[in-house]
Every structure is written in structure tokens, then in C-alpha cells.
Design a binder for this molecule. Structure first.
Ligand SMILES: [Zn+2]
Length: 337
């Protein structure tokens, strides 16, 4: 009987044939990492393998870890088993992980999105026999507008705020969303200042991407010098004491979760801009159909409802327990500076 290339264990997704884990949530000897977000790239592994572009942020967040950088589309071998990384389009360096053995192909998506955000290398979806997919936004209520429309909404909000002498504050995850905003927002409406946590991530990515002229927020910055400013903060940055001197603040959150009114209310922000680094419902369906997988395993997100939907449209789909988290939880682990 054929055994699965990948199995789910108490430490993480495991390839027994290669004795390697994918994004393990407990310390292991050898881990292949899909991307540098904290719930996928954790402390304590003896050896890490990840795409070259993930390496600087992993070192920034994890310290002096033993990490081997590999390229997309270039197979490498672990104990005789072939692995290949492909761009996942989620954040800089994010990768799909493909395992190939004796004609059998398994693909683990990590986190992924279909839309080209202009800064992460766009997704290169793969065909496979077994697909392990996230489904963070696997409900039909989650459908994203093209990002140009959302950035236009953000810019007109910022322009309005400037005309009324308000300071614009936008909450965005420090790795991924913040850089996507910086890359796509034009600084015509005023200066942009970022929280020190975001500045540190930008610095770690400086050999890979540049983010224009951006200053770092600090207690000694005088708001008079920054009329019409936009401040980009991680969600955990809202308590920073120095915000008080920036006058009347207009706040917004940039997240896929802003698609629902309840989440906007819970976040206590003036505006919610619906922009996500994950696939929306339609993109998940598109990618899963493209994969032609015989077997689909849904991990984090709306797993039960979404896998039921997949079964209804003819897929052999089920769920498995993982310890990946929603980004807002991982974000709160970033230190508040
Ligand atoms: Zn992620």
C-alpha cells in the first residue's frame, strides 16, 4: 500500500521518507520553511531550509539560526527525496513546498495568494496529487477587489484627512502588509512614517527591496514637521504613547478581515480597507482546481466549511489540525516598541 509522502504529527507536517518537517510548530532537527511569518518560522529547529529571500527576515526574527537558502524552481534533495520551492505570492520569499518521490507529488502551500501585489514574486501554482492548502478566507463572503482600487481608496482617505489636518494612521502587519503599502502608496499626500518594528523589518529586507523615503516614528519626532503624515503601525502599535501628540487621528486597518462589519467594529478603527495577503474564496477555488489534486487537505482557516464545499464540488477533501495562526495573533508577538 502506498503511504502518504506527508503526514501530520504533533510536531508538524512530516515527510518521513526524508525525515524533514515543513513549518514545524515544535522544535525539530530539520525544517523546510514556507515563509518568515512567526507561526510558520519558529524558534528552536537545528537546521532550516528556506528561500533566499526569507533568510534575512528569519535571521532578524530568530537570531543566528542555521539556515540554508535555496532558489525557486531548483530541486534540492533531503535524504534522497526531492523538494522544490515555488513562489507563493504571500509575502517576500514566501514559497510553496513541493515533494516528489517515485512519481508521487505532494504540495504544501504555506500561506499564498493569487494576486500580484507588486512586491512578492507572483504565485506559481503547481499540479500535484496531494494538496495541503490553507483556507484562511475560505468563505464566499471573502472576495477581494483588485488592489489598485483599494490603494485608490486609501489614497483618497489620506488626502481627505490631510485637507482636514488629521493624521492618518493605518494598522498593517509588520511583515508583508506594511511593505505592500509602502510599495504601492504614492507619497504625494504627505510623508510616511513607520513604527520601529516595521522599520526593522524593512532594514532586514533592504538587500531585496527598497521602500522609498520612509522615516521611523519615535517620541522625538515633531508632528509640525510632517503635515499630512500617514503613520503605518502594526496592530499592536496602537498603544504607543507618542501617538497622543499627533493631534486628531483618523485610523484604519488594512486586512482581509475588514470585509466583515463585526471585525471593523472590534478593531475600533474609522475605516477598514479590505486587502489581504491570502487567497480569497475565488482564488482558493482557482488554485485548487489548477492543482488537479486527487486529495486536498485543508489546514488553517475555515477548514470544516471549506472542505465540505470542496467535497460538494467533487474533490476528495478533508481537514487536518495544524498550529498555524491568524496573522493578527502572530503579529501581537512582535515586540511593542
Ligand atoms: Zn503568513
Amino acid at each position: 500500500m502506498k503511504t502518504d509522502l506527508l503526514s501530520f504529527t504533533s510536531k508538524g507536517i512530516y515527510c518521513a521518507a526524508a525525515d524533514v518537517y515543513l513549518d514545524p510548530w515544535r522544535p525539530v532537527d530539520k525544517a523546510i520553511i514556507s515563509h518568515a511569518h512567526a507561526d510558520h518560522s519558529r524558534y528552536g529547529n537545528k537546521k532550516y531550509i528556506a528561500h533566499h529571500h526569507s533568510v534575512p527576515v528569519m535571521k532578524h526574527r530568530l537570531g543566528a539560526v542555521n539556515v540554508q537558502g535555496v532558489s525557486w524552481n531548483e530541486p534540492f534533495s533531503v535524504n534522497g527525496i526531492q523538494f522544490t520551492l515555488y513562489p507563493a505570492g504571500h509575502i517576500i520569499g514566501s514559497s510553496l513546498i513541493k515533494v516528489t518521490h517515485k512519481g508521487e507529488v505532494a504540495l504544501f502551500t504555506g500561506d499564498y495568494k493569487l494576486e500580484d501585489d507588486g512586491i512578492s514574486t507572483p504565485l506559481e501554482m503547481q499540479r500535484c496529487h496531494t494538496l495541503i492548502t490553507e483556507c484562511t478566507f475560505g468563505l464566499p463572503i471573502f472576495r477581494w477587489k483588485p488592489q489598485q482600487e483599494v490603494f485608490a481608496e486609501i489614497e483618497s482617505w489620506w488626502s481627505f484627512n490631510r485637507q482636514h489636518a488629521f493624521t492618518s494612521v493605518i494598522y498593517a502587519y509588520s511583515l508583508g502588509k506594511a511593505q505592500r503599502l509602502l510599495h504601492n502608496l504614492k507619497a504625494d499626500h504627505g510623508p510616511i512614517l513607520v513604527h520601529p518594528v516595521i522599520a526593522a523589518v524593512n532594514e532586514s529586507l533592504s538587500s531585496i527591496a527598497s521602500f522609498g523615503h520612509v522615516e521611523t516614528l519615535s517620541a522625538d519626532k515633531n508632528p509640525i514637521d510632517y503635515p499630512g503624515a500617514m503613520l503605518i503601525l502594526p496592530p499592536s502599535g496602537r498603544e504607543a504613547k507618542y501617538l497622543k501628540k499627533w493631534g486628531e487621528l483618523k485610523t484604519a486597518s488594512a486586512s482581509g478581515w475588514m470585509a466583515t462589519r463585526g471585525n471593523r467594529r472590534r478593531r475600533n478603527v474609522d475605516r477598514g480597507f479590505v486587502i489581504s495577503d491570502h487567497c480569497d474564496f475565488d482564488a482558493l477555488n482557482t488554485c485548487i482546481k489548477y492543482s488537479e489534486a486527487d486529495k486536498v487537505i485543508c489546514t488553517h482557516g475555515f477548514t470544516d466549511i471549506y472542505s465540505k464545499y470542496l467535497r460538494e464540488i467533487g474533490f476528495n477533501a478533508r481537514t487536518e489540525y495544524v498550529e498555524f495562526e491568524e496573522e493578527e495573533i502572530e503579529e501581537s508577538k512582535d515586540s511593542m516598541v
